[in-house]
Design a protein around this ligand. Sequence first.
Ligand code: F6P
Length: 417
Amino acid sequence: MKLAVLTSGGDSAGMNAVVRAVVKAGILKGCETWIVREGYEGLVRGNTDAETPSSPLLSTTLDVKINDPTFIQNLRFGDGALLRDGTGDHPSGRTLKGRYIVRVGWDDVRGWFAEGGTLIGTARSQAFRTPEGRLNAAYNLIKEGIDALVVCGGDGSLTGADIFRAEWPSLVQTLRSQDRITDEQVSRHGHLRIVGLVGSIDNDMSMTDLTIGAPTALHRICEAIDNIHSTATSHSRAFVLEVMGRHCGWLSLMGGISSGADFIFIPESPPKADPWEDAMCEIISKHREIGKRKTIVIVAEGAHDVNLKPIRAEYVKDVLTDRLGLDTRVTTLGHIQRGGRPCAWDRILPTLQGVNAVDALLEATPDSPSYMIGIQENRVRRVPLVEAVKMTKAVAEAIKVQDFEKAMSLRDPEFRE
Ligand code: F6P
């Protein structure tokens, strides 16, 4: 099997560990392993033959025989350094320019599990959203002989994977009718094996308890609030923190619980009191009366009131200043939540899931569903990708129409308010 892995959408800690696990597990199981740079964008762009470099390292072929005791020595050292420096250039003249789909070996991904972000690059590709883009993506995979794909990204990226999987047979037929591929390629690539791993700090994917990168982001938030505590206490100030998470309040809620916030705004549970400003001020006044010298309010970036009017950190600051006379500052945590080294769990989870992903691809048949690898009740589980995508959309819809109970019970069937 020729297997490629890509990372897509917003980066998250643990994506490199996914690539490492997929490449190493793939090699150990006898696959040829490739990476796609810059997410789906790289898949659409593919490799420009004219610019393919002549490095002997790149043309070395790897003949893996699992039972051959010397096979580890045969694993080639490829383009790891080029991938790592981000530009794709090297003083030696080796370059990845014009090449988005790159064969990699064992040493290319050595030590990657401790690195933040994604070393193979990511993008929110507009081109892949178009039928022409997906046609080119299919062509580029077939051209390199790749028949299995691991996509690591958030709900948008996995929705893209699901569309690509569903369209695959017609894409292959179109490519044949345009004479871009041969009959032999049609019969070899009639079925695309695809598997999704959820890489996102937001923890907003249904049918998995935790997404890759969410634990690290939560650590960052917790640490940031700890740091704010000391300065807030010194000045007896209030701080309003804006936390990422798109339409999901998990990071805000967990960050608030783990740092003892006074008030938390999340999209899934807008403040019921009307006006909420009174309710918030009452609670915070009480906290002050019992001797708290600092106030921490967390606002999820997707927070809104019951009328779906966004609740903004600046507005909350004005309320605290004007009504309670608190000296208030706003801190937007921004991308420091997303960057940096993965915590231990964001190395373990992607490693377990990456290995499982390779097994799922090897076991795939034309009739089996494409899977998303999740974690449920502390066990790595495969769930049909199409269902996970559908369920995630249903949650988003329920939130949109303010059916929060439905949203929560879709996320967790045992949910009780
Ligand atoms: O989906 C991850 C995320 O970090 C969200 O929490 C946030 O809304 C968004 O991406 C920010 O995207 P960008 O990095 O493109 O500004």
